[in-house]
Design a binder for this molecule. Structure first.
Ligand SMILES: NC(=O)c1ccc[n+]([C@@H]2O[C@H](COP(=O)([O-])OP(=O)(O)OC[C@H]3O[C@@H](n4cnc5c(N)ncnc54)[C@H](O)[C@@H]3O)[C@@H](O)[C@H]2O)c1
Length: 278
């Protein structure tokens, strides 16, 4: 039987999305707001973070800052709770690639990948643990069950491995361990903790490398990003759906884990990659 009802709403929920100034994070923030959530938008780059919040309107705020700065995660969590009065959804999305074969990978490079993809999500969840536990205890005492959501972003480079990405794939595999452990620690507080891993989604990280390598500015370093056109062709041919994905399609997979539709799913990894595996 078909019925014409909206399957859920996120009205009254507060979400925190890191790396939401552009790309997939921005699409996630927009999607969550579209379904009614208030959203704190974080990004390293202040201008795109501000623009993303402005485009959403009154239900969004921006806090620019570096999630790998040890002091910043607590500031970000506190600012979110102060601004919107709670914290119901955390999406650890901020990230970038810094690739090379292992013999050309420096300690700094490898450690930077662990810091952004694994240590930062750990610190954000630790920073949020106070408000999560206290709120859940208050709700339990009042006899209500409210399910909160954590979604950590991983990659098929993390679940399958990918040459040239020792650091990136280690960070993205590590966050799966964090996800599964936090699902077990926070089940008692009705928090579902899941990961979404992407294949190839069209963002600045996966732009075709044409001639000169594109580069991004991260903490004062210029880092080359982009994908060889031959690899993009291979993805299009090798992936069952025959194409790369859009940020909106990526955000839809994250939305599932942020919604009541996934209230009985925790500690899982959903791959959103058109069937692609490395
Ligand atoms: N695009 C893909 O195909 C793909 C595939 C697998 C996984 N991912 C993952 O998806 C996430 C989003 O990537 P994207 O493709 O949208 O890239 P993107 O470059 O378009 O967006 C990532 C955002 O994260 C921000 N960021 C980077 N370092 C930060 C820091 N230290 N603190 C705060 N913000 C920071 C950047 O400024 C940027 O706005 C990343 O974790 C990435 O590893 C992407």
């Amino acid at each position: 039987m078909y019925h014409n009802v909206v399957p859920f709403t996120l009205a009254g929920k507060t979400a925190l999305v890191t790396g939401a100034g552009r790309g997939i994070g921005r699409a996630i923030a927009e999607k969550l707001a579209e379904y009614g959530a208030s959203v704190m938008i974080n990004d390293l780059d202040a201008a795109p973070a501000g623009e993303a919040a402005e485009a959403i309107g009154a239900k969004a705020a921006a806090l620019a800052g570096d999630v790998t700065d040890p002091a910043f995660p607590q500031r970000l969590v506190d600012a979110t709770v102060e601004r919107f009065g709670g914290l119901d959804i955390i999406v650890n999305n901020a990230g970038y690639t810094w690739d090379n074969v292992i013999q050309k990978t420096t300690d700094e490079q490898f450690e930077a990948m662990l810091k952004i993809h694994l240590v930062a999500p750990f610190r954000i969840l630790r920073a949020a643990s106070g408000v999560i536990r206290e709120t859940a205890k208050r709700e339990a005492a009042a006899g209500v069950r409210v399910t909160r959501k954590v979604v950590n972003i991983t990659s098929i480079a993390g679940t399958d491995g990918n040459p040239g990405q020792a650091g990136y794939s280690s960070g993205k595999a590590g966050v799966v361990g964090l996800t599964k452990t936090m699902a077990k620690e926070w089940g008692r507080y009705n928090v579902t903790v899941n990961a979404v891993g992407f294949g190839l989604i069209e963002t600045r990280l996966t732009q075709p490398l044409a001639g000169e390598a594109a580069s991004i500015d991260v903490q004062g370093r210029k880092i080359a990003v982009g994908v060889q056109p031959a690899v993009l062709d291979w993805v299009k041919k090798g992936c069952p759906l025959g194409r790369t994905g859009t940020p909106e399609e990526a955000a839809n997979a994250v939305l599932f884990f942020c919604s009541p539709l996934s209230d009985y799913v925790t500690g899982e990894v959903l791959i959103c990659g058109g069937g692609l595996h490395f």
